[in-house]
Design a protein. Structure first.
Length: 503
């Protein structure tokens, strides 16, 4: 049993490492790009880029119809069956659905361009930029569909490769555009990124899909075989739309209530934490979601045990990273941005604390997706989540300004933990194990203590106490990971393999 548990934990870490390495490289590229963009465009330019990015994300979610998530279990099941013809048909069906979604996104963007220009900037002079944005929306939706196919086929190394090449090419191509065109180059740079993104993913995806005689897929056939994907995706789309609309609405609220510079500060703080913690979430989700989806249909007890194991690993990884960020926030801001952004120091620390609470909810949230529970997705993940997030952040910003954005995000995360743990337990019978609860208490507690020490006014004591807490948290995580992964046995196995190769 102990060996089996160690094997399961290793599988989680192994799949995370494959995609996490690519995400780390991606993060480093984005750090360099963010540093250069912050230097060239300053906070006002970042604020404008944030508005365009949020608008693009909103339109992509509206047109994607949730296909990027809803199609993964279908492709995964077809791939597991081992029938090349069935897999090829499923992939062509998904691509046809994604093509319709992409075309819808292009038309929708063009149609809404005047409205978005007036809402975002109170003037119609930006309408042509929003119309150009339709190209990026079309290509990004197409690329996202191909990523869903790769994830469903569990081609994680290729998936990881696809996440590294586009950002690197985007860095080399977009920064010169910002340098020569300034803020007018924001949308052209987004188009360049989308072209590279789609080209790379499409080329790789077509090479690994099975080559069998093509079967015509008419609209009737498409609906007959794809209505389950469309139904589940439609509910997810509503949630995704409201989520991105909420983000878009928050940026507009900050712009109208405060300044465009505050929007840039909010975007900068989110960028730091998203790049740092997003790589962990993305890496774990790549294998966790397909595997949990297959387990939950055959053995719910094993699926819940797997969710608990995922909870332990993600907290043991995220907690020390969160404490390190809280400790080194001023240094991180100077390295990743410029000294102009030091005003977001407290906000970034609060966002780091919010991230570990997000990590706690992460494995439980995916139980809902694996179950395909459309009612929960609609009422809780959609209506409740979006309205709660906007209200809390808007009130906090009104009361405390830029710092209030951090307090608001932390408040949102606290509410999410309470609601998620209560409802998931009540609706599905999921329980956090004793081992998970111990790790939650220690990791979340130490991170909260580290955050509390950051409020000490005397710099010497502030940094000393934060450093001690971070060291304790890091040591605890390493020890707990060693107990679960049996690192000594793993290293011995690796040495034996190397010796066999040499002989």
């Amino acid at each position: 049993m102990e060996s089996k548990l160690s094997s399961t934990y290793r599988r989680i870490v192994s799949s995370t490492a494959v995609f996490g390495g690519a995400q780390l490289f991606n993060m480093l590229v984005n750090i360099v790009r963010g540093k250069l963009v912050a230097t060239i465009l300053h906070s006002k330019g970042l604020g404008m880029a944030s508005i365009f990015n949020n608008a693009s994300n909103t339109l992509q979610q509206m047109s994607m119809l949730g296909l990027n998530v809803a199609s993964v279990p279908t492709v995964s099941q077809a791939n597991a069956d081992g029938n090349a013809e069935v897999l090829a048909f499923t992939i062509r069906m998904v691509r046809r659905l994604v093509l319709f979604a992409s075309a819808f996104g292009l038309v929708l963007t063009v149609a809404l361009s005047p409205l978005m220009a007036n809402i975002s900037f109170d003037e119609s002079g930006y309408t042509p930029y929003f119309m150009l944005l339709s190209v990026a929306v079309f290509l990004n939706v197409m690329g996202t569909g191909e990523l869903a196919i790769l994830q469903g086929m569990r081609r994680y190394k290729l998936l990881a490769f696809c996440s590294t090449v586009p950002p690197l090419c985007g860095l080399l191509l977009s920064v010169p555009i910002y340098y020569f065109w300034g803020m007018q180059g924001i949308v052209p740079a987004m188009i360049v990124l989308s072209v590279v993104y789609f080209s790379v993913i499409r080329l790789i995806s077509h090479r690994i899909t099975p080559h069998v005689p093509k079967q015509r897929i008419g609209l009737r056939t498409l609906w007959t075989h794809g209505h389950d994907i469309i139904k589940f995706g439609a509910v997810m789309t509503i949630g995704s739309i409201l989520g991105t609309v909420t983000s878009y609405g928050i940026t507009i609220f900050i712009n109208h209530q405060g300044t465009l510079g505050d929007v840039g500060f909010f975007q900068a703080g989110n960028t730091i934490t998203t790049q740092l913690f997003g790589l962990v979430f993305s890496a774990m989700a790549a294998d966790y979601f397909p595997h949990l989806s297959s387990l939950i249909k055959t053995d719910q007890r094993e699926a819940f045990a797997f969710a608990n194991q995922q909870t332990e690993i993600i907290l043991l990884i995220v907690a020390p990273v969160a404490m390190l960020l809280i400790l080194a926030t001023p240094l991180a801001i100077r390295i990743l941005l410029t000294s102009e952004f030091l005003v977001i120091e407290r906000m970034v620390r609060l966002l780091a604390m919010a991230s570990i609470l997000k990590a706690l909810c992460f494995p439980m949230d995916y139980i809902v997706y694996a179950k395909g529970d459309t009612r929960y997705l609609f009422w809780v993940e959609t209506l409740w989540s979006s309205s709660k997030t906007f209200c809390i952040i808007a009130v906090a910003y009104t009361l405390w300004g830029v710092d209030g954005l951090g307090y608001g995000m932390l408040g949102v995360s606290v509410v999410d933990v309470i609601v998620t743990t209560s409802l998931i337990s009540w609706r599905y019978g999921f329980r956090l194990s004793a081992s998970s609860l111990r790790i939650i208490a220690v990791t979340v507690g130490l991170t909260a203590i580290c955050l509390a020490f950051s409020f000490i006014e005397v710099p010497f004591w502030r940094h000393l106490l934060m450093a001690i807490t971070t060291a304790v948290g890091l040591a605890y995580s390493i020890r707990q990971l060693d107990q679960r992964l049996n690192l000594k046995a793993a290293m011995k196995k690796l040495k034996d393999k190397l010796k066999k190769k040499e002989s």
